[in-house]
Each structure stands twice: as C-alpha cells, then as structure tokens.
Design a protein around this ligand. Structure first.
Ligand code: URP
Ligand code: ZN
Ligand code: ZN
Ligand code: ZN
Length: 484
C-alpha cells in the first residue's frame, strides 16, 4: 500500500517548493511532480512539513508525591493532534537504582505510545554503578542525552562534584549533557523565607525562583561543561539571564543549545496574580512564567539562532493534583501541558506575526532537534528514505483552544481561549494517517522507540579539539643537572 500527498508545498528547514510526496512502508519513497499512489491526501493550499519533535515531555512522571496525568497514550495522542510526531521523555532512576532498571520501567510505560518516541536519561545520583551503566545506556540502549537537575533539592538535584564527574564521563562516551538550570539551594532558602512571612499562595512559587537563580545555574553548567569538554543542552530556558549566558557561550565557540518552551514564549507572570487559586496553581511550573522583557529575549533568541529549539516540558497535572498545594505553594506539583498546542501556538505567534519564517518554524520545532539529538535525517526531514513522520499544515485553519476539545486527559488548558491560525490537516506517523481533518485515528501501541547513537557530529568535533589541546609534557633538550 502506498500513500501520496498531492498538490502541497513542501517546507523544510532550508527549502520551500511544490511537489508531491509518495510514501511506502512507512518511509518517504519519492518526491516530485505528478506522483500517484493507492490512496491520496489532498494538500492543496497546505504546507507539507516534517512532523514536530517535542524534545522535552514527562508522561506518567512520578513527581512530588503523584504521577503526571497524561501517559504515553493520551500524551502522544495530544502530540499527533497538534502536528507532533515524536516525543522525547525523561527516564528518572530512583536514588540508588541502576539506570538499566529505570529504563525497564520506562519501556513498560511507553508500549502504549501512538507515535515514535525516545528517552533522555536523568542522572539523579552518582556512583560507580551509574558511571558503568552510562556506557551501556549509550552504546546498547541508544540514549545519548543525560539530564542533570540543579534544582529540586532533596529530590532530583545533583551537586557540582557529581555534575563534573558525570560531564567528564559523558565527554569520554560521546554523550550530551543536559541541565535543568536553577540554583536549588537558593530556591530552597527563598521558599522557606516566603512561607515564614505568610506567602503561601501560588504567586510565591514565582517569587521563589527569580531569573537570577536560572542565570547563575546556566552559567555554572556552561563553565563546568566547557572544562569537561562536553556539549551542553539547557532545557526550558525562560529568561534573559539564562539566554545571555547561552548567547555568550555560543559566541565564544562553546557547544551549547538553549530550549525555550511555548509556554514561556506566549504566557507571562501576570497569570500568578489571578485571584482564582486554581487558575494560578495550574500554571505553576519551574522555571515560572516571566515578564514581557524576558519573552522578547526568547523570541529574539529564536530569530538570531542563539536559542535552538522550542519544546513544551509537557507534564500535566489535574486541578485536583494541583490542590495538594493549598496552603503551601511548595507542594503544588510543578508542570504544565502544551503538547497539542506547541505547533499551532508557535505558528500563530511566530510565523503569523512575522517573527519567524516558515523554514525557521520547521527548524525549531523539528529539524534542529533531530540534528542535536542525533536522529537526523531519519526524523526531522522531508527526504527520500526518511520516516514518513509528516504534518500537512493548513495555514488557513483556525480554532479557539479549549480543554473541552483537547486530547490531553487533564481538566483545563493553560492556553484556554487563545485563538490559533494554522493547524494540521493531516498528521502521519511513519506513513499512517493519525489525524485526518480533525478526526483522530491514532493507534495505541503504533509508536516505536527511536535509538540515538552517541558521538554525533558535535561530539566528534569537541573530542578532536580536546585531543589536540590536551596537556602534554614539553620535550626539552637542555635539562640542567639536579641537586648541584
Ligand atoms: O515544572 C516542571 N518543569 N515540571 C517538570 C519537571 C521539570 O523540571 O522539567
Ligand atoms: Zn482520506
Ligand atoms: Zn526541568
Ligand atoms: Zn521537564
């Protein structure tokens, strides 16, 4: 069986042109004029783009005494409805647990996925077993990205000695380091002080995590990564302080990437001052939403290339779960949804406003991500031989975002009431039509794990540079006699 996408305009990260796309066996078989297949999808007036890749999601994540409510089934269904065809989740080992045992738990959860997925590994503790497991995780399990939490003191946080050891190990193995960059010690102090002064509401969550804690931790991680000689990916970059550190590092030739979230680009900190407790608590996430100046900085970063990708950090809790924190903001589960809305919101606020070109849109939602994570061009490309993970994007289609019509299993949407222009007409996951003009045809369990090998292009460049500049004893000719 073959499928042909007809009469569309192909938009990739670097090209825009009219052509049909023929799909066979889940892959792109041919691109050109006047193609025919067993079934046809009409893309007249639409853009044929690589499906979105969300590099940062937490499905059924054990966190803050509960589990995030969207699992691999509802989460990937939401992804496909919004034009995203691959998600990357974070595998989180418990204290003392081997990385391989943690992967088994994630393997079990992910069997229900509707679209392809991959994992990042989190380094939540440090010891000989983690050091050894890292090699197996990269070489046998195909996970080349390792996240370190500099926040969540007493839970997921690692200290600088552990960070440096882990970064060095990743440098040896050809992995990529990732950080959640907020200074967890300072956040803990600020949170305790706020509570003692009677600030217990969700707005205090934002006060306890000012941009400085993010800027400090981003700078620290960049310097430690540079000393270890490892590429660094900074997740959920939300403010100018962190962006500035990334921008400066990149100008200096350091291999650092920044990932703003669609929430930080389009929602601001006024949400926390809403008189409705539920409204504010539903928007509690780390880092918190920021003011307009920080938003402008993030948009400028995407435009100039100092920030590389747009994610969601989809980690969805119900209102009931958020209410664990009534009377104590530190107990509100941290996280917001966005999987279904990332692409339409970025198109509406990016492409429709002229901030981003269509090609830049494809780069930051898909291609850059596939390149950094080392699964390009299998993913992130409209090219012969690539997986047919494709979104046929209708720029004229509109909707008002509403929880009542969403795929996510939670009872609200942080983008409620926002008008979007630009939505998927069809979403294909390895050639299978999952979204057909608003109709959901996803297939539970269709998703497959995407292996990503270590030693991608950036790692090879860095390790060559590291070898060339490594300390070497000087071979001297005239050595003076000693002890005379
Ligand atoms: O608040 C957030 N971001 N929750 C998810 C976990 C994380 O820090 O990424
Ligand atoms: Zn049809
Ligand atoms: Zn995080
Ligand atoms: Zn996250």
């Amino acid at each position: 069986m073959t499928t042909v996408i007809k009469n569309g305009t192909i938009v990739t990260h670097d090209l825009t042109y009219k052509a049909d796309v023929l799909i066979e066996g889940g892959k792109i078989a041919q691109i050109g004029p006047n193609l025919t297949g067993d079934t046809a999808l009409d893309a007249t007036g639409a853009y044929v783009m690589p499906g979105g890749i969300d590099p940062h999601v937490h499905l059924e994540m054990p966190f803050m005494g509960t589990y995030s409510t969207d699992d691999f089934e509802s989460g990937t269904r939401a992804a496909l409805a919004g034009g995203t065809t691959m998600v990357v989740d974070f595998c989180l080992p418990n204290q003392g647990e081997s990385l391989l045992d943690a992967i088994k738990r994630w393997d079990n959860k992910s069997t229900r996925a509707n679209c392809d997925y991959s994992f990042h590994m989190a380094v939540t503790w440090w010891g000989e077993q983690v050091f050894n497991d890292m090699k197996t995780v990269i070489e046998e399990r195909g996970i080349n990205t390792f996240k370190h939490f500099l926040a969540y003191k007493g839970a997921l946080m690692v200290n600088d000695d552990e960070l440096y050891s882990s970064f060095n190990r990743l440098s040896e193995l050809g992995g990529i380091a990732m950080v959640h960059a907020e200074n967890g010690d300072v956040v803990a102090e600020l949170a305790a002080k706020l509570k003692a002064a009677g600030n217990t509401g969700p707005e205090a969550h934002a006060y306890s995590r000012p941009p400085q804690v993010e800027g400090e931790a981003t700078n620290r991680a960049i310097m430690i990564a540079d000393m270890a000689g490892v590429p660094l990916y900074v997740v959920h970059t939300s403010c100018e302080e962190s962006h500035e550190a990334i921008r400066r590092a990149r100008q200096q030739g350091k291999r650092v990437w920044g990932e703003p979230l669609i929430q930080h680009l389009t929602l601001d900190d006024s949400e926390y001052f809403n008189p409705d407790w539920d409204h504010a608590a539903r928007r509690v996430m780390s880092p918190p939403f920021r003011n307009k100046q920080h938003q402008d900085s993030l948009w400028a970063g995407l435009q100039s290339g100092s920030l590389s990708v747009v994610a969601t950090d989809h980690c969805a809790f119900t209102t009931e779960q958020k209410r664990y924190g009534v009377g104590d903001f530190t107990k509100i589960p941290n996280g917001t949804g966005g999987l279904e809305d990332r692409m339409p919101m970025l198109w509406t606020h990016g492409v429709e406003t002229g901030r981003l070109t269509m090609n830049e849109f494809v780069a930051v939602t898909s291609t850059n991500i596939a390149k950094i994570l080392n699964c390009y061009p299998r993913k992130g490309a409209i090219a012969v031989g690539a997986d047919a993970d494709i979104v046929v994007w209708d720029p004229a289609k509109t909707k008002t975002i509403s929880a009542s019509a969403q795929q996510s299993a939670i009872d609200y949407n942080v983008f409620e009431g926002k008008e979007v222009k630009g939505l998927p007409r069809f979403t294909l996951t390895r050639g299978q039509v999952a979204i057909h003009d608003g109709e959901v045809r996803t297939q539970e369990g269709h998703g497959q794990f995407v292996k990503r090998a270590g030693n991608g292009v950036t790692n090879r460049a860095l390790s060559t540079w590291k070898d060339l500049t490594a300390p070497r004893p000087v071979q001297r000719t005239g050595i003076p006699a000693t002890g005379v």
